[in-house]
Design a protein around this ligand. Structure first.
Ligand code: COA
Length: 370
């Protein structure tokens, strides 16, 4: 099938997967056959990571073992800490994770595909450590201990970031966000990671590819831009005026619209409930109300609905997470999805190499031009 010139491959089926469905009528989003609403209500991020990587939810013993391994794998090699210390405080947090992933791949390479489970567990365990180590070192020159007693990725990250154990509501809110962010079929970063995997490259390279692709504001970076937008308004009326002006200028409003979903993003309602709860817990009277008004204006004016990134922004804000870390949180979660896709690609691999329609000059000679 020939894709039209600027189609962005919309609607093109580019491969097969048994990992998730996105936008299928009647089901919305499923991971390995489980509806996202079901997973968000009844499982943890670690359950979901295991599900994506191994195909089924873990038994209680498997979950305990998986969590224990992740806890043990949180420590960073001294050489990696040195590299993190040299990255400037002005660096984009996604660049820090991209560099950290790449550097760890030099220090603890994937020796063969048999090593893939060890590597993905190491990355799931160390990404929060890398980010928080760099963050605190740049902010206060302190070399923090990257251990905590918290058995969950969500709780561990909040503990390292804020320097104290999180409350149950906060931990569960972030845990749910990680579930929602963990996987999404052939989105841009996952497809990019699969392309890297299809060359028989290593898992660190595939995840580094994913991070680089996720960084852009049309993909993972949308939650950071959504927060900056929401926070730029003083109240809902100000937001209404501001959004109308932006729409007249034909600006894109970050956190709205989706390539695949046409009527709603099933993840949005779930994260919106958490955003509302956290806003009440924080005594907020401004940001959540502004978000609701922006949603109403976008529905009325453009028929567009919020995607996962819109209400995630305020949820993360109420968890005291700096805006620059919103997209890195996406990485913590999506590493499970990326790795599951790399494993699936490897299990039935063929080099991904499409063709292009040539629209350049016809054949000409270099002979007379010199
Ligand atoms: N704000 C304003 N208008 C939007 C919009 C948004 N967030 N998203 C889509 N539209 C409009 C476009 O302007 C276009 O209108 P037009 O036909 O009058 O020109 C139409 O909807 C189609 O948009 P398009 O960008 O071509 O759709 P796409 O499938 O290529 O893009 C996204 C999908 C997600 C990239 C796009 O909706 C977007 O940029 N959203 C904001 C970024 C974001 O939230 N990304 C996270 C995705 S989970």
């Amino acid at each position: 099938m020939n894709a039209p010139s600027n189609s962005g491959l919309a609607g093109v089926v580019a491969g097969r997967t048994a990992i998730s469905t996105v936008g299928k009528e009647g089901t919305g989003l499923t991971y390995r056959g489980y509806a996202i609403e079901d997973l968000a209500d009844h499982t943890s991020f670690e359950d979901v990571a295991w599900l994506l990587l191994h195909g089924d939810l873990p038994s209680p013993e498997q979950l305990v073992g998986f969590r224990k391994r992740l806890v043990c794998l949180r420590t960073l090699p001294d050489e990696l800490k040195l590299i993190l210390e040299q990255l400037p405080g002005s660096a984009h947090a996604m660049d820090v994770l991209r560099t950290g992933c790449s550097a760890l791949g030099c220090m603890e390479p994937e020796h063969s595909f048999k090593d893939q489970n060890r590597v993905v567990e190491r990355l799931l365990a160390t990404f929060p450590s890398m980010l928080c180590y760099w963050h605190h070192f740049q902010l206060t020159s302190q070399r923090i201990d990257v251990e905590s007693d918290d058995a969950s990725v969500a709780g561990h990250f909040l503990h390292l970031l804020l320097g104290k154990p999180p409350g149950d509501v906060d931990r569960r809110a972030l845990d749910t966000a990680l579930i929602l962010y963990a996987e999404h079929e052939f989105n841009a970063s996952t497809f990019a990671a699969r392309i890297t995997a299809s060359t028989l490259s290593d898992l660190y390279s595939a995840i580094t590819t994913g991070i680089g692709t996720l960084r852009g504001p049309l993909h993972g970076g949308a939650n950071e831009e959504a927060m900056a937008l929401i926070d730029s308004f003083t109240d809902p009326d100000d937001a209404e005026r501001g959004i109308m002006e932006r729409l007249q200028r034909k600006d894109k409003i970050m956190g709205f619209g989706h390539r695949v979903y046409k009527h709603a993003d099933p993840r949005s309602d779930i994260i919106q409930r958490w955003s509302k709860l956290l806003s009440q817990q924080a005594g907020d009277t401004r940001l959540y109300a502004i978000s609701e008004r922006i949603e109403a204006v976008m529905r009325r004016e453009k028929g567009l609905f919020p995607n996962l990134d819109f209400y995630s922004a305020t949820a993360f804000h109420f968890l005291h997470i700096p805006i620059s870390m919103f997209t890195p949180l996406f990485v913590f979660a999506r590493t499970a999805g990326w790795a599951a896709h790399v494993m699936e690609q490897r299990a039935d691999n063929r080099l991904i190499r499409p063709s292009a329609e040539y629209i350049g000059p016809p054949l000409r000679s270099a002979h007379h031009s010199t």
